[in-house]
Design a protein around this ligand. Structure first.
Ligand SMILES: NC(=O)C1=CN([C@@H]2O[C@H](COP(=O)(O)OP(=O)(O)OC[C@H]3O[C@@H](n4cnc5c(N)ncnc54)[C@H](OP(=O)(O)O)[C@@H]3O)[C@@H](O)[C@H]2O)C=CC1
Ligand SMILES: O=C(CO)COP(=O)(O)O
Length: 315
């Protein structure tokens, strides 16, 4: 148990989704002495029993299961006013909403907290040090969640910008695919730095348009998560890009992965939003065309290099 156990009374936490991330979050909460009820379809346990008299609900369900899970919870009795934590990094293809928006609409009387940061689950399962952000418009709820997960191996910061925190973690998955292509094609360190730096500008452009704050994208859940995901073969999104650069089909890469790579769906939804809102997203657009079999990885690089010349910033 961690040193903070005295000031951190044990709570009952339900974690929905027993995949890679839900299991790692369960381990972190267990480490702090909390009682964890881990639920997933695959485990076959009862959702009603898992949420009975809990203090905090955490969702680590992949994007495609979020709406169905919210619907299922509606027919059950969720304890009043408990914080709902969303740790999903994705965008809903039907509504283009973020997971926290879906949870907020589904449970308007509950504080919604976004948990997002550079958090590769395999490293967290090994007990390696990491940090994350818990963001909410309800600071008290964010502090409760901070105490649930914070320990000497997991540093948790609060934030009052849930939208920026969520979008940083979500949009960087698109860039991780591009980074995998960059490394897979062996384009070099200069190219990778140029890609990530311009990608951050792109993320900030779209993220602030959708309501996030600029500073948040320079923090752990933005730049921090982008650095992690774009530089690690542990990242499934990075591996998607790397596999495409090696000439594999998307279907082949996803079959070999056998687990969630949210960036594929996120790219499609992001391009829908960018077209609707008329926001330029040149890097994400190349990723979109690549994923949708419209160009080769080499052609994507050429297109980015041959764009119209312009100032770096409009100062
Ligand atoms: N892995 C990581 O390092 C991190 C992942 N994340 C994010 O967390 C989310 C989950 O990722 P991860 O755990 O890695 O993915 P996994 O593929 O390992 O697990 C996905 C989980 O979602 C559940 N799920 C999928 N579809 C449905 C559905 N229709 N109804 C109910 N449950 C469903 C699965 O349930 P079942 O087992 O029953 O199929 C499983 O528990 C993603 O959005 C990811 O981006 C965030 C930070 C780190
Ligand atoms: O979000 C993550 C790390 O912060 C996990 O990345 P992948 O989903 O690409 O594995």
């Amino acid at each position: 148990m961690s040193d903070s156990s005295v000031s951190n009374p044990p709570l009952k936490i339900a974690i929905l989704g027993a995949g890679a991330w839900g299991s790692a979050l369960a381990k972190l909460a267990n480490y702090n002495g909390h009682t964890v009820y881990l639920w997933s379809r695959r485990l076959g346990n009862s959702l009603a029993e898992s949420i009975h008299s809990i203090d905090v609900l955490v969702s680590a369900i992949s994007m495609r299961g979020v709406t169905a899970t919210i619907d299922q919870l509606h027919s059950l009795k969720l304890p009043d006013q408990i914080p709902i934590v969303t740790a999903t990094k994705g965008l809903d293809p039907d509504s283009t909403c973020t997971p926290s928006q879906l949870w907020g609409r589904g449970f308007p009387d509950h504080p919604i907290v976004v948990l997002s940061g550079p958090n590769l689950s395999a490293e967290i399962q090994q007990g390696l040090p990491a940090a994350t952000v818990v963001a909410s418009e309800d600071l008290e709820a964010a502090k409760i969640v901070q105490r649930v997960f914070a320990s000497n191996r997991f540093r948790v910061y609060t934030s009052s910008d849930p939208m920026g925190t969520e979008l940083g973690g979500t949009l960087k998955n698109v860039i991780a695919i591009a980074a995998g292509v960059c490394d897979g094609l062996q384009l070099g360190t200069n190219a990778k730095s140029a890609l990530l730096t311009r990608a951050l500008t792109e993320i900030i452009r779209i993220g602030t348009h959708l309501g996030g704050k600029t500073e948040t994208f320079f923090g752990l859940s933005g730049l921090g998560d982008m650095l992690t995901t774009c530089n690690s073969a542990l990242s499934r999104n990075y591996r998607v890009g790397y596999g495409l650069a090696a000439g594999k089909t998307l279907e082949q890469v996803l079959t070999e992965l056998g687990s969630t790579a949210e960036g594929v769906n996120t790219t499609n939804v992001l391009i829908e939003i960018a077209h609707r809102e008329r926001i330029p997203v040149p890097i994400s657009w190349q990723v979109y065309q690549l994923l949708n079999h419209q160009i080769t990885p080499q052609k994507a690089v050429e297109s980015l290099m041959e764009r119209d010349l312009k100032p770096e910033f409009y100062l």
